[in-house]
Design a protein around this ligand. Structure first.
Ligand SMILES: C[S@@+](CC[C@H](N)C(=O)[O-])C[C@H]1O[C@@H](n2cnc3c(N)ncnc32)[C@H](O)[C@@H]1O
Length: 309
């Protein structure tokens, strides 16, 4: 197919000409020209979603012709991707920490980077399993529920709570909990909408508060990839003038909701160590701070404990 214009030269509705393997090659090449990252993988993910089969099945059924409606649905996916829409919003799903999460434009697409905070939290929660009394864990800004649902699934022994300021995000997180957590564990987790701690009362303290809050400086948002700045919710990205404003709000209030010695665990940007260190000094209710690196050696999480006294 010499020239590739979606309008003129794209797969015609004469779908018999278009077998799975042929359309995959065409789309890969079309994505390369536009240019779209990982063109083959993207083509495979979109086509597998369009046909309702697994990626591997594309190759097992490589000579299967596409039906007319399949072809036109796939063309609409190609168009959306060319207009920078992330694959996860087109397919409505993103893999994160051993589960597939439903996503839509009202929630951030969970990132592999966030698995660092989940791993760290799991270490803390697994150690707490020996206690007869379950730990109480609160997630602030749950979005799709990727963090909290992964934790409940792995260590159902504890009691989990998760909030988000966005009601639509809470609905999505609940859907993910219903889909991913076995029914019998569903009573381990409660979701509620609210502005950080505003819906909580101080009588019920937590052993662990965890969050991946927005931490991108406002002025940097326009420099992000179009996939992010045009499609992902600003509410999930914008960390204020210096990117640290949510950390300040959370540090300011979290100690009132933590047991003595309770842990606050927060994801941060790879270049925010100094900023986080500086602001943490302004909050004397906590002990010293620990930074946790991701697999690439970047500081991506910090842990700070409420003082015992
Ligand atoms: C970076 S996203 C994290 C989403 C999810 N936890 C994850 O890791 O993929 C930040 C989340 O914080 C929520 N958020 C922003 N401001 C908030 C506030 N004032 N109170 C509660 N949640 C807030 C956003 O709606 C968004 O879902």
């Amino acid at each position: 197919m010499p020239e590739k214009s979606l309008k003129n030269k794209s797969p015609k509705n004469n779908s018999n000409n278009w077998t799975i393997i042929k359309i995959l090659s065409w789309t890969e090449s079309y994505f390369k020209d536009h240019p779209i990252d990982s063109p083959r993988l993207t083509a495979e993910m979109l086509l597998a979603h369009c046909l309702g089969i697994k990626r591997l099945d594309l190759y097992l059924q490589h000579d299967r012709p596409l039906q007319k409606d399949e072809l036109s649905r796939f063309k609409s996916f190609i168009k959306r991707r060319i207009l920078n829409e992330p694959v996860a919003y087109i397919t409505g799903e993103k893999g994160f920490f051993e589960s597939d999460f439903k996503v839509a434009k009202e929630v951030l697409i969970p990132r592999p980077d966030t698995e660092t905070i989940v791993e760290k939290a799991l270490g803390i929660l697994n150690a707490g399993q020996d206690n007869l009394k379950p730990m109480r864990i609160l997630e602030l800004g749950t979005g799709s529920g990727a963090i909290i649902v992964s934790l409940v699934k792995a260590v159902p022994h504890h009691l989990y709570f998760a909030c988000d300021i966005s009601e639509k995000a809470i609905l999505m997180a609940k859907k993910n909990a219903d889909k991913i957590i076995p029914q019998m564990m569903n009573d381990r987790i409660s979701f509620f909408a609210g502005d950080w701690f505003s819906s909580l009362n101080e009588n019920k303290l937590f052993d662990l508060i965890i969050s991946n809050p927005p931490y991108i400086p406002t002025k940097d948002i326009q420099t992000l990839q179009p996939e992010i700045r045009q499609f992902e919710p600003l509410l999930a990205l914008d960390g204020g003038r210096d990117g640290l404003s949510c950390f300040k709000t959370i540090l300011n209030d979290a100690h009132r909701y933590l047991v003595p010695g309770g842990i606050l665990l927060l994801e941060m940007g790879f270049d925010q160590k100094e900023g986080v260190q500086n602001i943490s000094k302004q909050y004397p209710r906590y002990q010293s701070i620990e930074f946790i690196k991701d697999m690439a050696g970047h500081n991506r999480v910090f842990l700070i404990k409420k003082s015992i006294d």
